[in-house]
Design a protein. Structure first.
Length: 278
């Protein structure tokens, strides 16, 4: 069932669990993620990001993702993650994506607000939802280089939401995209203060590589959506290595790859608490 973010995140927020966004670049990842969600009766968010388009062009992958979502037995959001340009975000909407994440966080704060508000107005006319981002998600945040000036403040979050009308907000509390070289140090107190200030569902980027306790803690303190990609790539890479060692055929390797990625998705669904919530 194809839905937007509001459909899955409002329940997640009120019932204190999180829904996973699993970015996909091919039908192997897509099949693994959807089948995992169906087996566990969980809502799920399937996406692709602008930086991933060289590995799976938007107009090629969109029909497969949207068709899979429509035919799924559970609610599926089709999400365009980290949209960096207006043109690509509009392309995703025209192709049928039900959610857009516009990322203007690297630029001027006022421009981020203005650009995000424009995309919100257009996306809402499509019946789609929008996630925004403020703060500096993406820099490796360890206990040695924790720089709180880069992170989201409660006042910034409230102001951004009021001026843009976003349906979800990615906040910076110490996570980073990609694999961590050192254990991250998450600012849970900051998350609590943001949660107290705003009612909009909050999003955690840079989830791959966090400990299970980190995930449980962020969900407990108000995160309703968690982004995962690197963990799926790792599972797929491990499957290819195993298939090579066993001299499996290409089709056997693909089946193993889907199985391993599916196991990784199911593990995150259970961890985030969304099993049985479809």
């Amino acid at each position: 069932m194809l839905v937007n973010l509001d459909y899955v995140l409002k329940n997640a927020q009120s019932e204190h669990y999180a829904v996973g966004l699993f970015n996909t670049i091919d039908t192997d990842m897509l099949e693994a993620a959807i089948s995992a969600a169906e087996e566990l009766n969980s809502p799920i968010i399937i996406g692709t990001a602008e930086v991933l388009l060289p590995y799976g062009e938007l107009d090629l992958i969109a029909p497969s993702v949207i068709s899979a979502a429509k035919n799924a037995k559970v609610p599926v959001v089709v999400h365009y993650d980290h949209g960096l340009t207006f043109e690509r975000c509009m392309q995703a909407l025209r192709l049928g994506f039900t959610s857009i994440m516009f990322d203007g966080s690297a630029g001027d704060a006022d421009k981020n607000i203005a650009d995000t508000a424009q995309i919100v107005n257009i996306a809402h006319s499509f019946g789609a939802t929008v996630e925004g981002e403020i703060g500096h998600v993406g820099e490796a945040a360890t206990c040695d280089n924790f720089v709180s000036d880069n992170y989201t403040t409660p006042a910034e979050a409230a102001d951004f939401i009021a001026k843009t009308g976003v349906d979800a907000l990615a906040v910076a509390i110490g996570t980073a995209h990609g694999a961590y070289k050192e254990k991250p140090c998450l600012d849970i107190k900051r998350l609590d203060k943001i949660r107290e200030k705003v009612d909009t569902p909050l999003v955690l980027h840079g989830g791959s590589g966090l400990s299970d306790d980190d995930f449980r803690n962020t969900v407990k303190h108000g995160i309703a959506k968690i982004n995962i990609f690197t963990d799926l790539c790792t599972a797929g890479t491990d499957a290819v290595k195993e298939a090579t060692e066993q001299s499996l055929s290409y089709l056997e390797m693909r089946s193993l790859k889907v199985k391993k990625i599916k196991e990784a998705v199911k593990a995150k669904i259970r961890l985030f608490g969304s099993e049985g919530k479809a």
